[in-house]
Design a protein around this ligand. Structure first.
Ligand code: ZN
Length: 397
């Protein structure tokens, strides 16, 4: 028995006035996703508890079958795991975005998708500024996604569960002042962020990027190491994840999954969809369960680009869902499930709470009457996972 999950990140959305009231799922031409709906069932799942901020860290943890209310400690520890950075029991990981702020507003939470080499130069400056500090350690990542670690030397740390920070992608075009970190340790985070302003202004390659230059860091997503039971222990399947996004690699690593790097997978709209589809098929040869995650739908939403969101969905359909399903069918018993991790609204350009549409087919899943996979069909279905973390046990058993 083979199992596959395809995640079009943030693909769930509202009806769009510009699409005559259709959602992106409805407007996109997705014959292969619809074939899953025809062969199986369509329903909906809520992966993000109301009390938690919506994001892929919370959403995918739930999608993989782990209750984020119990297991989620923050986004940064997951990304640290992705980079193979071990956290001690009292260490904290903090996400360090390179961002562009202008006139006090968050203009770009990616500093215009800053190239990794420029980003690494800035991270180097940040670390130099902290030389002599026992506690702070910066790690360069990909593009705007970098990490800061608080290494505890004496079992204590300035942060607690009451430390609060705001994801920068939730405040695009908004004033940053009301969204600065609050609670224990927040003064230290604010201080590090304001120190970055003059450091970044002094960096030539960064300044040369004009109004796309990173103007400062944005520190958020802080947390300690989560305690996740290995996936194989719970479900008895050998698993692999294909993603260009660090935090998904991190969750995968903490669950004991294999992680496959695909050349041309960018985590952006220009990702090589076909390469991901091929890799998904190839890895099934020696795994029971493959997860293919595509970030492009989420990025299109953050940029408010409805046409790009539709295009990304159509490419996922053509290059990933189609070939993967065909391969599974040709191999014998299988199950295939489609589910975003959370909605990301084009209207607000941010992650949202609420249901995402799911579709699943394969052995033991009796077809319902649904013929298309989209948000509206899902909303009418009686198949509902109020706790999204119940979807994976349902799918795998
Ligand atoms: Zn997401």
């Amino acid at each position: 028995m083979k199992y596959a999950l395809v995640i079009p990140d943030g693909a769930a959305d509202e009806p769009q006035p510009s699409l005559g009231g259709l959602t992106p799922f409805q407007a996109a031409r997705t014959p292969n996703m619809d074939a899953v709906a025809v062969a199986g069932v369509v329903g909906r799942a809520n992966h993000v508890p109301e009390s938690m901020p919506s994001g892929s860290d919370v959403g995918t943890m739930s999608l993989f079958g782990y209750d984020p209310l119990k297991f989620h400690t923050g986004r940064a520890p997951l990304e640290a795991a992705a980079q193979g950075i071990e956290l001690g029991p009292d260490d904290w990981a903090i996400r360090c975005n390179l961002v562009t702020v202008a006139d006090g507003k968050m203009k770009s939470f990616t500093a215009g998708q800053i190239p990794s080499d420029v980003g690494a130069g800035l991270v180097q400056l940040l670390q130099k500024d902290q030389c002599g500090s026992e506690n702070w350690k910066f790690y360069a990542g990909v593009s705007y996604r970098n990490l800061l670690l608080y290494r505890s030397r004496d079992g204590s740390a300035p942060f607690s569960k009451e430390t609060f920070s705001t994801p920068p992608h939730d405040i695009t075009d908004q004033d940053i002042a009301p969204h600065l970190p609050t609670g224990p340790g927040s003064d230290e985070l604010r201080d590090l962020m304001s120190r970055s302003v003059s450091l970044f202004a002094s960096h030539e390659a960064n300044a040369a990027r004009g109004d796309q230059a990173a103007t400062q860091t944005w520190l958020w997503g802080e947390g300690r190491r989560p305690a996740l039971t290995p996936f194989a222990e719970r479900f008895g399947v050998r698993s692999v994840v294909i993603t260009a996004v660090d935090l998904l690699r991190g969750i995968g690593r903490l669950l004991g999954w294999d992680i496959i790097e695909v050349e041309g997978a960018t985590g952006y709209l220009d990702t090589d969809y076909a390469a991901k589809g091929r890799a998904g098929i190839a890895t099934l040869a020696d795994h029971d369960f493959v997860v293919v995650h595509v970030e492009a739908t989420d990025e299109a939403s953050h940029e408010g680009q409805v046409e790009e969101k539709i295009k990304a969905l159509e490419r996922i359909d053509e290059h990933i869902v189609g070939p993967l399903h065909e391969h599974l069918r040709s191999q014998g018993d299988y199950r295939l499930v489609l589910s975003p991790d959370h909605p990301t609204f084009l209207r607000t350009k941010t992650h949202s709470h609420g249901y995402v549409p799911i579709a699943a087919c394969g052995r033991g899943i009796d077809a319902d009457s649904a013929t298309t996979y989209d948000d509206v069909t899902a909303a009418a279905s009686s198949l509902v996972f109020e706790k999204g973390c119940d979807l994976m046990p349902w799918f795998l058993t």
